[in-house]
Design a protein around this ligand. Structure first.
Ligand SMILES: *Cc1c(COP(=O)(O)O)cnc(C)c1O
Length: 418
């Protein structure tokens, strides 16, 4: 079931009219559906019904809004965080510290200490030295840090280069063959319990084969480590499952993913951990925008909208496709370019695309904007920081304010010597 539907000619999110949100909050604005977030959380969990011992840690970076995190905390999800800021958010939103996993290639000493003092459930180490530093920081505090080692399986995820993370040339993890040596040097050190391995090969994966290849390499390494006398109790399989962005596009389902995982991990005898981000949040949100002008050109007209690359960076960053749908479609279609007001040619959402015919003043949404949308927003061109709204049935709430240029200037100082 889709909670973003046209009713009597106008778009609704659950039982709230998108026009009512535009009226109350203005545009551009991100709109999330609670029912969709909950459904995705449930479908992902059900997909893993063949995995008995598991922990699901939502990848906070996909959408770190506190209200979104609260929905997922209530759904029984933990959190995968990549900074001290995300850790603080996860706990503030109600996730148990013990359900928090700390990933990230550049954790600072201060962030490692924050993790220890918060009592998080697991540190995912990115290099050997991080393990020695973590062990020392924990031992000083009389603690024992639960940790796994992130390995790089050298698998091509077959996704966009900027969101591939599991090739040898990427900055993430240690070459998988180095794991036994690192385990030998870290095992038994006071302050650390190195209990397993982690892998995450990339995002927006449209094919399960690279994931399966990576997991098989992980399985072989679990056997090798055990043969070397190490106690392996946890394996973190990361995130990465893709979502459909284009109409008619299909992606591997959570059920197909779960069946593959159950098949590949037979006999591993560990707690399996998962870090889904996009698959939970992506299709639970839209970016609502208003058409400012329709500008004629020698070729296709330019539909200039009031959302821009600073609000939704994915098209400029990854050449990403976001479906564009009129809030009140007339039934007519046009071929147009869609762009925002920012002074960069990269501020273009679509070229020569067939879309609903729109005119100045009309509302439209970019779909599949719930993940890697608002969280990447900036105030470039001194634009307002885009607000966020959460819908729940027939009610909605502003869950992140619009921060306008006056408020931004209030945080800046001109020194008195100028
Ligand atoms: C980004 C990230 C994820 C989530 O990836 P999705 O593609 O959004 O599922 C999970 N784990 C790690 C370590 C990540 O960096």
């Amino acid at each position: 079931m889709d909670h973003f539907q046209h009713r009597n000619g106008a778009l609704f999110v659950e039982d709230v009219s998108v026009e009512a949100i535009a009226e109350a909050v203005g545009t551009p604005v991100y709109i999330y559906s609670r029912a969709t977030l909950e459904r995705h959380a449930q479908v992902f969990r059900e997909g893993l019904s063949g995995v008995a011992d598991k922990h699901i840690a939502y990848a906070v970076k996909a959408n770190p809004n506190l209200a979104v995190l609260r929905v997922l905390a209530k759904a029984g999800y933990g959190a995968d965080v990549v900074s001290g800021g995300e850790m603080a958010r996860a706990v503030a939103a109600g996730m148990a510290p013990g359900d928090v996993v700390f990933s990230g290639v550049g954790k600072t000493r201060a962030e490692l200490v924050q993790g220890l003092e918060t009592g998080i459930g697991q540190f995912n180490l990115e290099l050997e030295e991080e393990g020695h530093v973590l062990a020392a920081l924990a031992a000083e505090r009389g603690l024992n840090a639960p940790a796994v080692l992130r390995v790089n399986p050298d698998v091509d995820a077959g996704t966009h280069a900027k969101i591939s993370t599991g090739k040898a040339e990427n900055k993430f993890g240690v070459a998988i063959g180095e794991a036994p040596g690192i385990f030998a040097r870290l095992a038994g050190k006071p302050g650390i319990e190195l209990r397993g391995i982690a892998v995450h090969i990339g995002s927006q994966l449209g094919d399960l084969a690279p994931l399966e290849a990576a997991y098989r390499r992980v399985g072989e390494m679990v056997a090798t480590l055990r043969a070397g006398g190490h106690r392996i109790t946890h394996v973190d399989l990361g995130g990465g499952l893709g979502v459909p962005y284009r109409p008619g596009e299909t992606m591997p389902s959570p059920a197909a993913f779960g069946q593959m995982v159950a098949r590949v991990t037979v006999g591993w005898n560990v707690k399996l951990m998962f870090e889904p981000g996009r698959v939970i949040a992506g299709n639970a949100g839209v970016l609502l925008t208003r058409v400012v002008w329709v500008k004629p050109s020698g070729g296709n007209p330019w539909v200039i909208v009031d959302a821009a690359m600073n609000d939704l960076a994915r098209p400029a960053l990854y050449d990403a496709y976001h479906d564009f749908v009129a809030v009140r479609p007339s039934g007519d279609r046009i071929v147009a370019n869609i762009a925002g007001p920012v002074c960069e040619s990269g501020d273009t959402f679509a070229k020569a695309r067939e879309i609903d015919a729109v005119a100045a003043g009309d509302l439209a949404v970019f779909r599949t904007a719930g993940a890697y949308g608002a969280t990447m927003a900036s105030t470039y061109n001194s634009r307002a920081k885009v607000p966020e709204v959460l819908v729940d049935g027939d009610r909605f709430a502003l869950v992140s304010d619009r921060i306008d240029p006056a408020a931004q200037m209030a945080g800046e100082t001109v020194p008195d010597w100028l």
